[in-house]
Design a protein around this ligand. Structure first.
Ligand SMILES: Nc1ncnc2c1ncn2[C@@H]1O[C@H](COP(=O)(O)OP(=O)(O)OP(=O)(O)O)[C@@H](O)[C@H]1O
Ligand SMILES: [Mg+2]
Length: 329
């Protein structure tokens, strides 16, 4: 087993809103090992970004961590009794590419100035050394003509190139874990593939661990070692990526796979999962997927606990049944 870097234990995040308390993350536990790519997937609103923000210490009012811990190499970063996380972990050992990268670059600063600022901050480089390192970073993310590119502004870069710059900024501190929140959603399919390939390359060259957040199971297939599936603020299934695609145990995971266009399943029809996730103001006591599940039964009304499977775990008392086949019969 590889060394565990990040360990999230029973994390809860709540937002105090006028309408009441939104329980966005409800007891998430995850680990990420050295050099591992973990895919975090789930529908919009399932709590992926909030989980990532909690890992980075970015939950702010009206949000709060209402339970659980996040540890980095055994050191608590977030959780009860943690006043201030140690310096030099967030932004240095753990970095993040945000869901909306177009707003993360400063339009008034050249790309070079922004990259040099990052390497000055993290590596203490200044002047010519900082510029050389900034050019190296642009080369590393596949942007050619770096010397000229450094003096350009973000608006002179295409969407795909800006995303490459964001990746360059995120690896400037030579991190050990990169959290990428929907890094390709705003890009067209060809550029999307290039960015994913770049992440895979960087991972093997730099030995990075990556958490890849996406609503698209197809994306995790090519890149991730392990997958965690979120639904309504909880992890409903985890497992090795191959097992997850070959033998998904949770009816929700099975439904997601049925609705994902995969290259080797071109003769299967894609079928969406009817219905919508529950509201999180008053989350259901039992399985949150129950109202949409074709094989739901009385025991689904009580909380479902993650139970170990061959390569991961599943929270479902009907796990392993081919839910959509049985349900359709
Ligand atoms: N500032 C906030 N105030 C109130 N509720 C919030 C806030 N931020 C997030 N939430 C709620 O937390 C839940 C999880 O949101 P999150 O952004 O993590 O979803 P997601 O899985 O990342 O979705 P997407 O795929 O659309 O990015 C949602 O129900 C959302 O409405
Ligand atoms: Mg999100």
């Amino acid at each position: 087993m590889t060394e565990t870097l990040l360990e999230i234990d029973d994390l809860h995040v709540a937002f105090d809103t006028r309408a009441g308390v939104v329980q966005a993350v409800r007891g998430v536990s995850l680990t990420v090992g050295r050099g591992e790519t973990l895919g975090l997937v789930g529908e919009s609103g399932s709590g992926k970004s909030v989980t990532a923000q909690a890992m980075m210490g970015l939950i702010d009012v009206p949000g709060r961590i209402s339970g659980g811990t996040v540890r980095w190499c055994g050191t608590p970063l977030v959780g009860e009794g943690v006043r201030r996380a140690p310096r030099n972990i967030w932004g240095r050992e753990i970095t993040m590419i945000f869901q909306n990268p177009m707003t993360s670059l400063n339009p008034l600063m050249t790309i070079g100035a922004q990259l040099q600022e990052a390497v000055r901050l993290h590596l203490g480089l200044r002047g010519a050394a900082a510029r050389t390192r900034a050019a190296d970073l642009l080369n590393a993310v596949g942007i050619s003509g770096a010397a000229r590119r450094l003096d350009q502004y973000p608006h002179e870069f295409s969407g795909g190139m800006r995303q490459r710059v964001m990746i360059a900024m995120a690896i400037a501190s030579e991190p050990r874990l990169l959290i990428a929140d929907e890094p390709t959603t705003a890009l067209d399919v060809t550029i999307q593939a290039q960015i994913l390939e770049l992440l895979a390359e960087l991972q093997s060259q730099l030995g990075l661990s990556i958490i890849l957040i996406t609503h698209d199971l197809g994306i995790v297939a090519g890149l991730c070692h392990r997958v965690a599936v979120m639904y309504a603020g909880q992890i409903v299934e985890t497992g090795a990526v191959d097992t997850m695609f070959e033998q998904p145990a949770h009816p929700y995971t099975q439904g997601l796979i049925r609705s994902t266009p995969l290259l080797d399943a071109c003769d299967d029809r894609l079928v969406a999962i009817d219905g919508t996730p529950p509201g999180l103001l008053i989350p259901p006591a039992g399985c949150a997927f129950q109202p949409r599940c074709p094989v739901a039964t009385a025991p689904c009304g009580v909380p479902q606990v993650l139970t170990p499977t061959g390569t991961g775990a599943v929270a479902c008392c009907r796990a392993g049944i081919d839910a959509w086949k049985v349900g359709a019969a």
